[in-house]
Design a protein around this ligand. Structure first.
Ligand code: AQP
Length: 327
């Protein structure tokens, strides 16, 4: 029987964090069992923030190597680079003509990222390109972190609007959010999400951080004035650590609370750091093997892009015919 399709992407804005890993990549790896997966490196999205060609180019290959090191199986699934498929940008334009200005202005990520003076139009239109990324391949499910939920809701709204106008074109995708680790927060400000492009290196754990750095960063994490290892709204710092420990160790929040019930904050931080170090060690070892072989990585991305192109070309042709811009 034909499997359902799952699709998701990651921006090459930096080496990914344990937030990206626990919120997204870890579930991508698990989903390979039950779905035909399409994964892409969202380099067009990263142009909204990165204007450094050499850095961007190198990071694309690093992300590809990391995904493979984490367990993405490129023989059975598709891994490609967004910019190799021109249909993403083409469909994005079509969808922009069916999206309201106000809808994009309400996006939380845009509001957060547009606080500085340097706000480009790409940042505003980002969710429409994301809608195009998804709808182009007619996937069934989208594994994402909770931070992307609002963007996926907008994707569904645009798809329904489109289908109402032109007839059934797009499949309405469902989100898949992992139960634990859905949103990992910054280690220095637990009110903000952990981000790979943050200027403060202590705010995140990169999956390639050394054991020494991981321990140092966890020891410095912001916690609260209490002493109990308890998950609650009033304890965002400790709750974030509990979330990290639970998802890394594959146990529930309750089980983590129980396990560390008579432990000090200081010792708990060390235990979280050790669990993260142990989880990342094999991924790092594999990564350093793969990254040496640039030709192998480029070949995988080119092969994946060929497969993605044939799906995207067929689907965009259908869309163009339906909306009356192709004979
Ligand atoms: N802190 C997080 N907790 C859980 N999941 C997260 N994701 C991102 N941050 C967290 C999930 O990772 C996937 C890939 O993200 P992305 O690279 O496409 O974009 P992003 O959400 O903007 O991630 P970053 O790390 O915050 O990147 P920058 O710093 O470049 O903006 C997505 O599924 C996302 O939900």
């Amino acid at each position: 029987m034909k499997k359902k399709i799952a699709l998701s992407g990651i921006q090459p804005t930096g080496i990914f964090t344990i937030g990206n890993y626990l919120g997204a990549i870890n579930s991508w790896v698990k989903m390979q069992e039950d779905y035909d997966c399409i994964f892409f490196i969202a380099n067009m999205h990263s142009l909204t923030t990165i204007k450094d060609p050499e850095y961007l180019n190198k990071t694309i290959l690093k992300i590809a190597a990391l995904l493979i090191a984490c367990g993405i199986n490129t023989k059975e699934n598709i891994l490609y680079v967004q910019s190799m498929i021109p249909q993403h940008a083409e469909l994005s334009w079509v969808l922009q003509c069916h999206t309201q200005f106000g809808e994009l202005g309400r996006m939380t990520q845009f509001k957060d990222k547009s606080k500085s003076n340097n706000v480009n139009v790409g940042l505003f239109c980002y969710p429409v390109l994301m809608a195009a990324d998804i709808l182009l391949y007619k996937p069934d499910v989208i594994p994402i972190g909770e931070d992307q939920k609002q963007h996926l809701e907008l994707t569904k709204t645009i798809a329904k609007r489109f289908n109402n106008l032109y007839g059934e074109i797009f499949k309405i995708p469902k989100e898949f959010i992992p139960q634990t680790g859905a949103k990992i927060m910054s280690l220095t400000n637990p009110e903000k999400k952990m981000s790979k492009s943050s200027e403060n290196k202590n705010s995140y754990i990169s999956v390639l951080d050394s054991p020494e750095d991981i321990l140092k960063k966890f020891k410095k994490t912001v916690t609260d004035s209490g002493s109990e290892i308890k998950f609650s709204k009033e304890k965002p710092g400790i709750s974030n650590l509990i979330k990290i420990y639970s998802s890394i160790s594959n146990i529930t929040i309750k089980e983590t609370e129980e396990k560390f019930k008579n432990i000090s904050y200081k010792d708990f931080k060390i235990s979280v750091a050790e669990a993260v170090i142990n989880k990342l060690q094999p991924i790092q070892n594999k990564y350093y093997e793969i990254i040496e072989n640039k030709d192998f990585l480029i070949k995988i991305l080119e092969e994946g892009s060929k497969k993605a192109f044939s799906i995207a070309e067929k689907n965009l042709n259908e869309i163009y015919k339906k909306i009356g811009i192709k004979f």
